[in-house]
Design a protein around this ligand. Structure first.
Ligand code: GLC
Length: 630
């Protein structure tokens, strides 16, 4: 059963697609009050209550014991002390309730942070809808929630192949080398990414012709070899006279404004940019149609970035900082003055002052950015997704985004942003998978091997062994970090074994993915969803259920030859390594299992089986007819 509690004049985020009659708050199931323009509701938690949800967010599968904020944030340090990542997924499960707050501004979720046994949720406004779903079991809550928000995006089949990214492959030769080296090492590959340097001076929808001469032929050549090139698109449009996208945006008034009605100017990769007002339908149609420049050249996949939006500095913010620095010139900077100056410069990026100075047009009305912050990136992705569906139909174009809000799950996937080459980030990825699934985001994954900092060979292998199950299986690393492509490391055969295992699993993973999308289910579930009365399963945060058949338990620590795993029932322990399959029967209980660096471990439930195909160098070459069953 779903109920919608509505107050004020909510902004239509388009998160919900099914009509739900509005109720007043007389039977709202939680204690609530409106205070200082904020709506606060709370509930008491028993010791053994588990709180699920919040999608892409820091910390555990069980969200208790921390405070979170829904506020899409460009922050590359995903430490456990953070309150937000790039997304705002306002969905929570508490006992028999699913709670979805459809509100595009800031929400604070104090889940046992201030008081261990209490959750207090503060909505920063009084215009919103809260949907309360009541069902017996968490999977049923999720199913009913997903029914009202609509079917999850399904990417093309090839998007389940292995993908290699790097900031950046600077020219055609660099891209070609990646493909050649993967082919030489006999490691399967389906996609190579084009990060910001493929563009001319970081201008969206342009090609750096010096670095990529004959781009169209280049794309066609790769396609003939079953390799898809996936360019990045950033939210900001470079301010440059004569650049058609900027000129059109300016002439038509498509960019976000400041209070005085002039275009807001922020600095990102290209220097000063205009931010398209994606909240306007006409702007979405315009920006969406721009992707045609690249699809006309044979491109069939994109990643949308910097769309929280990330703002390195604003013109006014930078001016203020420079003035402060100039005023201090020649002074003997003591503790107070030095740190103040440092803070002024450090605070330039993604500053609250800047966000507060931006205005949008929503349904003809001027609206401050802070009121709609969390749907900005989702609206950019909607612009692209809607254009693709209209032009090419469903399941044709790969599309995923950094910032997101529920609703965007219908037209795109997400990746979990700029993580680190840290062991702890293998687990962080694992924990976000079921949470993102609850919120409708099925096509997702982390930067495998870690984006920031230098990766080690064993970390990349262990990360890939988890990535062997994530729909998006992409290795990505930042500028200036150690090269992270599989063939860069000694004994590339180990990497081949892991990635071949992935290709063998693709028929099963694809089937599981489609089913989850079509039946509003989850690919990954916490163990507690399936074994609610099993204390150890309820508390497990390092293993996941996968589909109807499997449990996964990746290795997430360095210098170990395996891990402890908890089996809530008898299962078959399976290790995939290249074409090799090893099996061992295990009884319910705790076991230490050996897992070598070149093995992908999984557990199959009694009475279930999964299908495997033979590995191939590309998804297009997989024989999905002749399957072997374990
Ligand atoms: C952002 C993205 C990252 C990309 C970089 C350069 O940090 O999150 O994936 O490589 O920008 O475009």
């Amino acid at each position: 059963m779903v109920k919608r509690y509505t107050t004020g004049e909510p902004i239509n985020t388009e998160a919900v697609v099914k009509a739900v009659a509005a109720s007043d708050f007389s039977d709202f199931p939680f204690e609530h009050k409106t205070e200082n323009g904020q709506f606060v509701f709370s509930f008491k938690m028993a010791d053994d209550d588990i709180i699920y949800g919040l999608g892409e967010a820091p910390r555990g599968i069980n969200k208790r014991g921390w405070i979170y904020q829904s506020y899409c944030s460009d922050d590359p340090f995903h430490t456990e002390t953070k309150q937000s990542l790039y997304a705002a997924h306002n969905f929570l499960i508490f006992r028999r309730y699913g709670i979805f707050i459809d509100f595009p501004a800031r929400i604070r979720w104090d889940i046992g942070y201030t008081k261990a046994d209490a959750a207090e949720i503060t909505i920063d406004g009084t215009d919103f809808d809260i949907y309360i779903i009541e069902q017996d079991k968490p999977v049923e809550i999720v199913r009913e929630f997903r029914e009202i928000i609509g079917q999850s995006y399904i990417p093309p089949f090839w998007a389940f192949g292995y993908q290699q990214c790097r900031w950046s492959y600077h020219n055609a030769e660099a891209v070609e080398n990646v493909i050649k080296n993967y082919d030489r090492a006999n490691i399967p590959l389906d996609c190579v990414y084009l990060d910001i340097d493929y563009m001319e001076r970081y201008k969206d929808f342009t090609i750096n012709k010096e670095a990529f001469p004959n781009f169209e032929d280049f794309v066609a050549d790769k396609k003939a070899r079953n390799i898809h090139l996936i360019p990045i698109i950033d939210a900001g449009v470079k301010k440059e006279d004569g650049y058609d996208v900027y000129e059109e945006g300016k002439a038509n008034g498509y960019f976000c404004k400041t209070a005085d009605g002039s275009d807001f100017k922020g600095g990102v990769w290209p220097g000063i940019v205009g931010f398209p007002d994606f909240l306007r339908k006409d702007v979405r149609e315009w920006f969406g149609s721009k992707y045609k420049t690249l699809t006309d050249m044979g491109i069939d996949g994109f990643w949308n970035d910097m769309n929280e939006p990330a703002i390195f500095y604003s013109e006014q913010g930078l001016q203020k900082a420079l003035n402060e620095a100039a005023a201090l010139k020649g002074e003997n900077l003591d503790l107070g003055k030095f740190f103040h100056l440092k803070d002024v410069f450090m605070g330039l990026s993604n500053s609250q002052d800047d966000y507060s100075s931006i205005y949008h047009e929503v349904d003809g009305k001027r609206v401050n950015h802070q009121k709609v912050h969390n749907i900005y990136g989702a609206s950019m992705t909607k612009a692209a997704g809607e254009h693709f569906e209209k032009t090419f139909g469903k399941e044709k174009i790969l599309m995923f985004s950094r910032a997101s809000y529920i609703g965007a799950h219908r037209t795109s996937g997400i990746w979990f942003g700029d993580n680190h080459s840290w062991w702890s980030h293998i687990l962080l990825c694992l924990k976000m998978l079921p949470s993102a699934n609850m919120c409708g985001f099925l096509y997702c994954g982390a930067d495998l091997g870690g984006f920031n900092e230098n990766a080690t060979r064993d970390l990349v292998l262990r990360f890939l062994a988890l990535g062997a199950f994530t729909p998006l299986m992409r290795n990505h690393s930042a500028l200036g970090t150690r090269d992270q492509e599989c063939y860069r490391f000694e004994n590339a055969e180990d990497f081949r074994d892991i990635i071949q295992a992935r290709y063998r699993l693709i028929p099963y993973l694809y089937r599981t993915f489609r089913k989850a999308s079509e039946e509003n289910g989850m690919i990954f579930r916490p163990l507690s969803f399936d074994y609610p009365d099993d204390k150890i399963a309820r508390e497990c945060e390092t293993q996941l259920m996968l589909g109807e058949e499997c449990m996964i338990a990746p290795v997430y620590e360095q210098n170990v030859s395996g891990r402890y795993v908890y089996l809530p029932e008898d299962m078959t322990f399976v290790k995939l390594s290249g074409e090799k399959v090893t099996k061992q029967e295990f009884k319910k209980g705790v076991h230490y299992v050996d897992i070598a660096l070149n093995e992908v471990p999984l557990f199959i439930k009694k009475g279930k089986s999964i299908e495997l195909c033979k590995p191939a160098m590309r998804t297009a070459l997989l024989d999905t007819e002749n399957l072997e069953y374990i």
